[in-house]
Design a protein around this ligand. Sequence first.
Ligand SMILES: Cc1ncc(COP(=O)(O)O)c(C=O)c1O
Length: 252
Amino acid sequence: LKENKFGVSIDRALALYKKAELSKHLDVFGLDYHIGSQITEVSPFIEALEKALELISQLKAEGIKMSHIDIGGGVGIAYNEEKTINIEKYIQSVLDKVGDLEVILEPGRAIVGNAGIFVTQVEYLKQSGVKSFAIIDGAMNDLQRPSLYGSYHQAIAVEDNSKGIKDTWDLVGPICETGDFLAKDRELTLAQGDYIALMSAGAYGFVLSSNYNSRPRVAEVMVSGSDHALVRKRETVGSLFENEFIFNNEIN
Ligand SMILES: Cc1ncc(COP(=O)(O)O)c(C=O)c1O
């Protein structure tokens, strides 16, 4: 973490708190930290909490009293049936230790990650003999995680298609980058026109999307039980240019 751009090391924290306490412009009352993302076990949270509580008692000995602790660190979700944190056990282990400090949590993707899917359609199938590609209409601009950091999202055919071709497919988008893929080596039965759902796209999905390759961003549809509603309309090619001006237009 010392090579990481975020925060300050715990060794420097005591001195910084003492400095802050002397400032008439600052009101020192909390300790906040973030230990990383997609954490799938309770133990790192508890180890960090124990260190933080130790710092809080050192601060107390210096006359600096903390009233809240922010035990940041993103709670992991299952992208591919991995085991992750039992939230009840996690909260109970925290509450057992924090005494009367106010606790702030930053669970991150655990709130919405598994609540969203990205639906895309197969445009073409290409089997080279060495590799089989399903070229889909979704791309790295829509769901950046696989190409950005090799993340895994389950890919599920929306409807069973027994007329399709069973193979091991790479799902690739139409963008002019070799790294434009959403999933690799997936056993699926596919035909042109089929819909595929990329699962767990509710966090770092749409918010990481871009207009790269002049691609309008997708519509967002919210589903509740058997109801659904459009909550963000699909962008158009026209809307991509609506904030642009022609250079020196007023002169011509
Ligand atoms: C300060 C802070 N808290 C919480 C989170 C959420 O974590 P996650 O990436 O697991 O969603 C992040 C994410 O980077 C963060 O920077």
